[in-house]
Design a protein around this ligand. Structure first.
Ligand code: PEP
Ligand code: MN
Length: 353
């Protein structure tokens, strides 16, 4: 059984195991700070021909870390075969990745392979924002293994320009906690942020929300990492990040759902997405501005503006938003787009000829 007395329980290690040396030197550097050492052996990559992990070959490397450093080790499993190999090689815990959690068939076959064992399993949220699917995966695994089952929040994919690699949408892990108050909840700030400089604030937020632990990727030399190079921290940076966290006492009842705090978290999360969307919209306005400049079109095109107001009026009716309010918001957004495009049109004036 895992020990959750310390907060945060820390899982750290590289995104992928790459070589015996890389695994061992990273583990040594993390030994005094991490409670669990992680390294992916089988890597689910978005595109083929990217580094797909060293596979089985890395199992003895992890065993070495466990035996020579006394640091418990974990890796990702995506099918029953992985589970069998992990069990045979004395790996201490596993996680199920976001791309696997989306498939109840895949999760069930992992659950079947875990039946009767006491392997602790971390279940990452599915790639998309579906609380029920996440809960369902936790339930499937929980009814199979006798070991701990922990939910692991790694953010949610969204299309287009964004601040985060995977939007945190904090209301979803909070929703999971209120439906499953006995399940421990961890956060993976590395896969939420996608870049090093956001990790600290996400980790702090997870702690402020009372999460039990963190999984943060660390590589002995992130610059040359074969996967997720931009988001991996050196062990030294990881150690200073962890010591910078402020761990406050939890006074609020964890199982309470509709309290003011949770509503505010949801509100913050929506505002964060609004800002992301506005930033995406201004980028499009910028691209249109360049097009207009190149093609000698005027910035303000009245017929287009009329069409915008007409269609948005229909949307406001559909979504139950006060029309006058929406008009005011859109006028401001439009004004900003015009300002951006006018700047583009005027830029470079007087240059050349
Ligand atoms: C990982 O932990 O390296 C990983 C692949 O994570 P996720 O499933 O969250 O993308
Ligand atoms: Mn990774």
């Amino acid at each position: 059984m895992m020990n959750f007395e310390k907060r945060p329980v820390l899982i750290s290690g590289p995104c992928s195991a790459e070589s015996r040396d890389q695994v061992m030197s990273t583990a040594k550097a993390l030994q005094s700070t991490a409670n669990y050492f992680r390294a992916g052996l089988w890597k689910p990559r978005t595109r083929p021909n990217e580094f797909e992990g060293v596979g089985e070959k890395g199992l003895p490397w992890l065993k070495d870390v466990k035996e020579s450093l006394g640091l418990p080790v974990m890796t990702e499993v995506a099918n029953a075969e992985h589970v069998d190999l992990v069990l045979k090689n004395g790996i201490d815990a596993v996680w199920i990745g976001a791309r696997t959690t989306v498939s109840p068939f895949a999760v069930q076959s992992i659950a079947d392979a875990l039946k009767g064992t006491n392997l602790p399993v971390f279940v990452k949220n599915p790639i998309h924002a579906d609380l029920k699917l996440w809960i369902g995966a936790v339930e499937r695994i929980d009814s199979a293994t006798k070991g701990d089952v922990i939910a692991l929040h790694r953010g949610f994919s969204s299309y287009g320009l964004k601040k985060f690699r995977n939007a945190p949408m904090w209301e979803i892990p909070i929703g999971l906690r209120s439906e499953m108050p006995d399940i421990k909840l961890f956060c993976d700030p590395s896969h939420i942020s996608g870049k090093r400089d956001l990790i600290q604030s996400i980790a702090q937020k997870a702690m402020d929300l009372g999460m039990d632990g963190l999984m943060i990727e660390s590589h002995i030399n992130p610059q040359v990492a074969l996967s997720d190079a931009k988001q991996q921290l050196t062990p030294k940076d990881l150690i200073s990040l962890i010591s910078s966290l402020k761990i406050r006492d939890l006074t609020l009842d964890k199982a309470q759902t509709l309290d003011l705090r949770d509503l505010r978290i949801e509100l913050d999360s929506i505002d964060e997405r609004l800002v992301e969307l506005l930033s995406g919209r201004m980028n499009i306005a910028r691209a249109i501005g360049k097009y207009k400049k190149e093609n000698g079109l005027t910035v303000l095109q009245l017929s287009r503006w009329k069409e915008i107001m007409r269609s948005r009026k229909v949307w406001s009716e559909e979504m139950g938003i006060e029309q006058d309010f929406l008009r005011l918001v859109l006028e401001q957004v439009h004004k900003e787009s015009i300002r951006i495009q006018t700047d583009i049109l005027n830029s470079g004036l007087g240059e050349g000829s």
